[in-house]
Write a protein that binds this ligand. Structure first.
Ligand SMILES: [Fe+2]
Length: 254
């Protein structure tokens, strides 16, 4: 995060705090050369990286990223006759680590959607996983298996940041991370639940750097055999969402 008036930042596509440059990691320097070739005059080299803009003006960066393997932590589970965890108690994660930024969701006015899709699916090589004709398009980066790494989300008035999603270990980690943010004074922006497209559990809080922050776990993964699904209407945002029968101001459940 940097101050909005930092002269080193690319111009903003919307007023207020927002995403000023979206930087993508690539595996090898050769990948940068391929992207530079595909983007042609729309890209410029700077230092070790490559820079461009999408059709809405959003600044994009590409650089070789030495990605460290995220620590996998799978809790053993008990269910019926299955005894996965015996003589062992669970404890809170406390401060579960972010495994990685797993996707960015970007608001796109409908009139600008086709040009944006042509850019992201053309020279950038993204693949639509789910195309929802009244909502937006979930796009997967070339070579990845996540349900989406970028989501072009319809919004009538302007392009700009919608949210950045961070992957955590599991459901408990997502709930605990949200609690920690709320304890620190951040505001939750929707009730926790599990998405229908992507299947991930989620928790959203408003972010001071613009848009929202989404904590995510257990998202669908689609490999190269996945065929794009086209939905006339959004099949629904959630498989389930937390409902409450009434306020519990103390939050103790007593
Ligand atoms: Fe998301």
């Amino acid at each position: 995060m940097r101050p909005a008036d930092d002269p080193a930042l690319p111009p903003a596509v919307e007023p207020g705090p927002t995403l000023r440059e979206l930087v993508w990691g690539v595996e090898r320097a050769a990948d940068l050369a391929i992207l530079a070739d595909r983007l042609g005059p729309a890209a410029r080299r700077e230092g070790e990286g490559l820079h461009s803009r999408d059709p809405t003006g959003l600044a994009l960066g590409f650089r070789v990223m030495a990605r460290e393997a995220a620590p996998v932590r799978l809790r053993q589970r008990n269910q019926g006759d299955h005894r996965g965890r015996v003589n062992e108690r669970l404890s809170a994660y406390g401060s579960p680590p972010a495994l990685r930024i797993v996707h960015c969701a970007y608001n796109i006015p409908r009139a600008a959607n086709e040009a944006a899709l042509a850019f992201w699916c053309g020279p950038l090589g993204f693949k639509p996983v789910d195309k929802v004709l009244d909502t937006g398009t979930f796009l997967q980066a070339e070579g990845d298996v996540e349900h989406h790494n970028f989501f072009l989300c319809f919004r009538p008035d302007r392009a700009g940041i919608n949210h950045i999603a961070v992957e955590l270990w599991d459901f408990d980690a997502v709930m605990e991370a949200g609690n920690r943010m709320i304890e620190a004074g951040w505001k939750e922006s929707r009730r926790p639940g599990r998405h229908r497209l992507g299947s991930n559990v989620y928790r959203f809080v408003h972010a001071p750097c613009g848009g929202r922050l989404e904590f995510v776990a257990d998202m669908d993964r689609m490999d190269k055999d996945w065929q794009t699904r086209v939905w006339e209407k959004n099949p629904g945002h959630n498989i389930w969402m937390i409902r409450s029968s009434g306020p519990d101001p103390a939050g103790t459940g007593d």
